[in-house]
Design a protein around this ligand. Structure first.
Ligand SMILES: Cc1ncc(COP(=O)(O)O)c(C=O)c1O
Length: 406
């Protein structure tokens, strides 16, 4: 019998990735082996407070007991049918999710980018079938500095050169206007416009929160122009900002909402396009699909996620602890922080560039046991699980203070 290979340490595992893993990410040098709630543990047993939460895919923390139980129960019964057949979990998931988001219909997908692609297809089909836009002439108005995913169509309307360069030719049919600029959006919308597609808060851009009135203005403008308002809530949605949807801050109801990340409870990829019947109803059998979209395991976990959100507890926690986060960050302004934007348990923090890049600050925080990630330049994003306690949050803010002031 050969002895089992000795367990590999962090450094060895990071070195082992180098030759075999495509270099499309630049992770912090931490190798996570297990996690519970807001905490993760690396292969050497060091513990870190997770202040990124999988870019909001872990809104309910790592391995939330109700979500793990739902997944285990489903794993023991049925995991995949494809949509060639019905499965006994999908109807309940769609009903609950439509109820939670106050709309009629659900198109289940897997990743965020797939939900965005699906939303684009629905908007174009609606433009041709309902609005009467001439074939292949539909346009979609998007915002500069957007982040909607990585597919070829989605990077076609990115303004981030790193995300685009080398990936052309690009998909036509998009008009880019500055974010938070209603006049520019109004000028870009015309009779060919199928939809305006925006993030209610731009996460990857550094948690950019538009002026009060912007989202209501987009709603009013799109209604007047006879085009759809598609809100990408893949990062901002499902409790993160203190509401189920970030558009609720302005009591706005988009025509279509795109959901992902936290919908899968940090267990499986689950995304969805949700909207009214007169919009999503434009799809007919054979026109769109996904082998894994709406699979019973995803539906079981997604239903458990919706059940957690139906209690309102997580939205409440995000709002209450968001006040702690804002207060803590405000106390750091002028002491290493030059500015910040925060809503709920979500903040973009601009660190004094003299103290280091966002990457360098993230590495220093990591060494002190707090995991965050830079967005760009000297900006870091804080997005802890909504299960984080006030004490843990204050601890992380204390660590940030130490890193910035020592
Ligand atoms: C607003 C937004 N839309 C879409 C996506 C893409 O999601 P995914 O990485 O699951 O494809 C992201 C991912 O960060 C996002 O933040």
């Amino acid at each position: 019998m050969t002895a089992p290979a000795p367990a590999r340490g962090s450094e060895e595992l990071i070195r082992a990735e180098e030759p075999v893993l495509a270099h499309n990410y630049h992770p912090l040098p931490v190798v996570v082996a297990r996690a519970e709630g807001a905490w993760v543990e690396d292969v050497e047993g060091r513990r870190y407070l997770d202040m990124l939460a999988g870019y909001s895919a872990l809104n309910f923390g790592h391995r939330h007991p109700a979500l793990i139980e739902a997944a285990h129960r489903q794993l023991d019964r049925l995991t995949l049918t494809s949509r060639a057949f019905h499965n006994d979990r999908l109807a309940g998931f769609a009903e609950r999710l439509a109820g939670l988001t106050g709309t009629d219909m659900v198109l289940p997908m897997n990743t965020g980018a797939e939900a965005v692609e699906s939303g684009i297809k629905v908007a174009r089909k609606w433009a041709y079938d309902v609005k009467g836009v001439p074939a292949d002439r539909a346009t979609i108005v998007v915002a500069a500095d957007n982040f909607h995913g990585r597919t070829t169509t989605i990077v076609s309307f990115s303004t981030d050169e790193t995300a685009r360069a080398g990936f052309g030719p690009f998909t036509p049919g998009f008009r880019v206007v500055p974010y938070n600029d209603l006049a520019a959006m109004e000028a870009a919308v015309d009779e060919t416009t199928a939809a305006v597609l925006i993030e209610p808060i731009q996460g990857e851009a550094g948690v950019l929160i538009p002026d009060d009135g912007y989202l209501a203005g987009v709603r009013e403008l799109t209604r007047r122009a006879g085009c759809l308002f598609v809100a990408d809530e893949i990062q901002s949605g499902l409790g993160r900002t203190g509401h189920t949807l970030a558009v609720a801050h302005e009591s706005v109801e988009p025509d279509v909402v795109l959901l992902g990340k936290a919908l899968g409870g940090g267990i499986v990829p689950v995304s969805a396009v949700v909207g009214r019947r007169d919009v999503l109803g434009v799809l007919h059998p054979g026109e769109h699909g996904s082998t894994f979209g709406g699979n019973p395991l995803a539906a079981a976990v997604g239903t458990a996620v919706v059940e957690l959100l139906e209690t309102g507890e997580f939205q409440r926690r995000a709002a209450e602890l968001g006040a702690v986060l804002r207060e803590g960050l405000a106390a750091l302004v002028g002491r290493g922080v030059v500015g910040f934007r925060a809503r709920g348990l979500w903040a973009g923090v601009d660190v004094d560039p003299a103290l280091g890049t966002g990457r360098e600050i993230s590495e220093r925080l990591m060494r002190e046991g707090v995991l965050v990630k830079d967005t760009h330049g000297s900006t870091i994003r804080l997005a802890p699980p909504l299960t984080v306690t006030g004490e843990e949050l204050r601890g992380a803010l204390g660590t940030l203070e130490k890193v910035l002031t020592s």
